[in-house]
Design a protein around this ligand. Structure first.
Ligand code: NAD
Ligand code: WQD
Length: 331
């Protein structure tokens, strides 16, 4: 039996691939490579001495996708594929709706047709918008702050409103907080395309000399040191949550936050990075970034209690692994 990973060549999908290879779990990757290339999968193939079945397909191409469902005995699907740049979604809302929501609709049609037993969808903490209370639990009201966030809410609704997912499939909606870090001493990691928007990829660009300093977007928030707080989760902890979700065959839909449950400020991240990697991170305080929330961190009790998942990595591990990966990239 085989698991289909849509978007499996990307950051989180390639780390999922690494974990599935460790567990000798059969899988096939489908990705249109709009935001990735096959380099990470190639590295894994070399390391594990195993071929990864890969097909360059867009999930909206239903006939090609059908050949994948026909060819492999797919019994589970992890749906990572999607565009994820918040700013880009503001400029290109139609593109985002078409790729993310219409793409998911096409996939869902096949998931139902092929009676898939387990389905996992990559949602995001962005669906919560500006937090009304902290830590955020799964019952927190949803409010999109960008077309990307609206896409995630729309896709969740497509799943929730579909009787197949409620009665015939073990369905998990995982709302990720801020995934960072890398696999196995930096064998694979996140390769940002263009100038990174996210904190860790930009910070890595600074310590590797691409950018002169990190811009810290605001130090006048009502937090311990004035900089915004997020819930950074090691990507290997995140993909482990998927493996646990895949092993739970209870029919119906469960929604889980996947976060460390601990808030870390931008300054705390910089200090942790400097300490564990023994390297200075030059930074400048800049004005606030539009659309940023002050604090966002998870109540992760539900996934701990129901799936027995627990994050194993702390912020130092995250900073160490991310740096190791960026060092590998330079070689
Ligand atoms: P990524 O861009 O590295 O990976 C997504 C992959 O999907 C890419 O390889 C891309 O080429 C592929 N893709 C996009 N549209 C496709 C399409 N129509 N058909 C086939 N392939 C397509 O992003 P990631 O960080 O690995 O994110 C994976 C998923 O997790 C996304 O759905 C994202 O929205 C979600 N998510 C990510 C984060 C984060 O901060 N990284 C946080 C919350 C949720
Ligand atoms: C973290 C903190 C910035 C860059 C985004 C998406 C969200 C989700 C994860 C997919 C913030 C600060 C950042 C920099 C900085 N993705 N920062 N200098 O904003 O929490 O979430 O990625 O679902 O949808 O919105 O993550 O890494 O961009 O920012 O000071 O150069 O770092 O202000 O406080 P964010 P981020």
């Amino acid at each position: 039996m085989t698991t289909l990973l849509t978007g499996g060549a990307g950051f989180i999908g390639s780390h999922m691939s690494a974990l599935l290879l460790e567990y000798e779990h059969d899988f096939v990757v489908v990705d249109n490579l709009t935001n990735s290339d096959v380099s990470q999968l190639k590295k894994l193939e070399k390391f594990f001495k195993k071929k990864i079945p890969f097909h360059k397909i867009d999930i909206r191409d239903k006939s090609s996708m059908k050949t994948i469902f026909d060819r492999y005995e797919i019994d589970s699907v992890i749906h990572f594929a999607g565009l994820k740049a918040v700013n880009e979604s503001v400029n290109e809302p139609k593109l985002y709706h078409d790729n993310n929501v219409v793409g998911s609709e096409c996939l869902i049609e096949l998931v139902c047709k092929y009676n898939i037993k387990n389905f996992i969808f990559s949602s995001s903490a962005t669906v919560y918008g500006e937090p009304v209370y902290l830590p955020i639990d799964e019952d927190h009201p949803l409010k999109a702050m960008s077309p990307y966030g609206q896409n995630k809410i729309d896709i969740e609704k497509l799943i929730i409103d579909n009787p197949f997912f409620n009665t015939r499939c073990a369905t998990k909606i995982l709302r990720y907080f801020n995934p960072v870090g890398a696999y196995n001493n930096g064998l694979i990691g996140e390769i940002p395309r263009g100038i990174p928007n996210n904190l860790m990829p930009y910070l890595l660009g600074v310590v590797n000399g691409t950018y002169p300093y990190l811009q810290v977007f605001g130090d006048d928030y009502k937090t311990n040191d004035g900089t915004p707080i997020r819930d950074y989760i090691h990507v290997m902890d995140l993909v482990e949550a998927h493996l646990m979700a895949l092993q739970d065959n209870k029919l119906g839909i469960d929604i889980y936050n996947v976060g460390n449950g601990k808030g870390v400020s931008v300054m705390e991240m910089i200090k942790a990075f400097e300490k564990v990697n023994k390297i200075e991170v030059p930074y400048k305080i800049m004005p606030r970034r539009e659309g940023d929330v002050e604090s966002c961190y998870a109540n992760n009790k539900k996934i701990g209690e129901v799936l027995n998942w627990k994050a194993k990595h702390n912020i130092s591990d995250i900073c160490k692994d991310a740096y190791l990966f960026s060092q590998q990239l330079k070689k």
